[in-house]
Design a protein. Structure first.
Length: 95
């Protein structure tokens, strides 16, 4: 594959890992009986951003998996996605 395709695969993997990690954290730590209710409670208590950050920690596993398998372009994509999530988190926090 070309360099750009591998980076795009890494970005998609990073975003997917962030989303899955957020859902897992929400299911484990959420107070509501459904995902929508847990998200509403997280927004109201002001912990939504914190849950989003904890969910992004799953990107560490994807990053090191790609590094260990010598898929450096995909690891770079995961890093780009992680930086994007961090920027989105900072924007949401200060709005």
């Amino acid at each position: 594959m070309t360099n750009n395709k591998n980076i795009i695969i890494g970005i998609a993997t990073g975003l997917l890992c962030s989303f899955v990690g957020f859902i897992i954290v929400l299911l484990l730590l959420g107070q509501g009986s459904s995902l929508n209710e847990s998200i509403d409670i997280a927004f109201n208590r002001g912990v939504f951003i914190k849950l989003m950050i904890i969910g992004a920690l799953l990107n560490i596993a994807a990053f090191f998996l790609f590094i260990n398998k010598d898929h450096n372009d995909r690891a770079q994509g995961v890093l780009i996605a992680t930086i994007g999530v961090a920027i989105a988190t900072a924007i949401l926090r200060f709005l």
